[in-house]
Design a binder for this molecule. Structure first.
Ligand code: ZN
Length: 289
């Protein structure tokens, strides 16, 4: 009887191990995606995946976290922010995608740091509205010489928690350049010293025309120019950008984002892995004009 019980025990144990082994092999079965066929560019000795650090800069009017990331430890800092107007959400997808790209291509981060704020206006994003939950246009709420105080632009500069959060990020990281992604004017606008050269460089990569839209009261662009003395590019995506998925947006605009990070280096296409993109390709050139 005792022997019989031992036999039963071993049989059960064998069955359980087989079952576990089966589950385990299912779980580790490799999944090949098209991305895997593209070999990341890495410099020797930089094989490890750089950590993307998650932060919360503050909370919106409706108490949503204002989330951002930084990656890399270098001196040269690029800040990329999107969706300060909550109904302009295509840039959000691009901003999120760049984190993944930088992790796959750590060579870009040599001597550089990239700070990414994908959703600068969380309440506006949730409600698909331009303004924040109090009806304030955040891109008119900064401190500038031409500032106007009213309900739409805020009763005073930095009256909104979202603009204060952006200001805090600017103070902490002191970026060398800012890229702010908007819609739907289909152009590359600029402010600040050296902004025109940076914008022209970015325009070369994305095929959108360089255009000076003019200083808007209380805008981040004017604030960066007057108070921070750094270049800022407003990348205005075309109207139909909102209909494109993340991969398509990255295809059209990824190289211009990479080019802005490695600026003034002109090898954005070298780092950008979609070798199939041709600078003068008919599809790319015609898009967004
Ligand atoms: Zn906008």
């Amino acid at each position: 009887m005792f022997k019989h019980l031992i036999k039963q025990f071993y049989l059960s144990a064998a069955c359980i191990s087989l079952f576990i082994a089966g589950c385990h092999s299912d779980r580790i079965a490799p999944k090949i995606t098209p991305e895997d066929t593209v070999r990341p560019l890495r410099f020797p000795g930089e094989e490890s995946i750089p950590e993307s650090r998650y932060h919360i800069a503050g909370f919106s009017v409706e108490n949503r976290p204002i989330e951002y990331f930084d990656i890399g430890d270098g001196e040269d800092v690029t800040l990329i922010l999107a969706a300060i107007h909550g109904n302009e959400q295509a840039g959000m997808l691009i901003a999120r995608r760049i984190i993944q790209y930088l992790q796959e291509h750590p060579g870009i981060l040599k001597n550089r740091k990239v700070v990414i704020l994908p959703g600068a206006n969380p309440d506006g994003i949730a409600g698909n509205t331009r303004c924040n939950a109090r009806g304030v246009d955040l891109n008119r709420n900064f401190f500038t010489e031409n500032r106007v105080n009213n309900d739409l632009f805020g009763t005073e500069a930095f009256s909104e928690p979202e603009t204060r959060a952006i200001e805090q990020i600017l103070r902490e990281y002191v970026p060398d350049r800012i890229i702010s992604i908007h819609e739907p004017l289909a152009c590359v606008d600029y402010d600040g010293p050296g902004g025109e050269e940076l914008a022209a460089h970015i325009a070369d990569y994305c095929g959108l025309p360089l255009r000076k839209l003019g200083a808007r009261p209380g805008s981040l662009g004017s604030y960066a120019e007057e108070s921070l003395n750094i270049p800022i590019v407003t990348l205005e995506l075309p109207e139909d950008a909102g209909e494109l998925d993340s991969e398509r947006l990255w295809f059209f605009y990824g190289s211009s984002i990479i080019a802005s990070v490695i600026y003034p280096d002109g090898s954005g296409y070298y780092f950008f892995q979609k070798e199939k993109i041709e600078t003068d390709g008919p599809e790319k050139k015609g898009y967004g004009k």
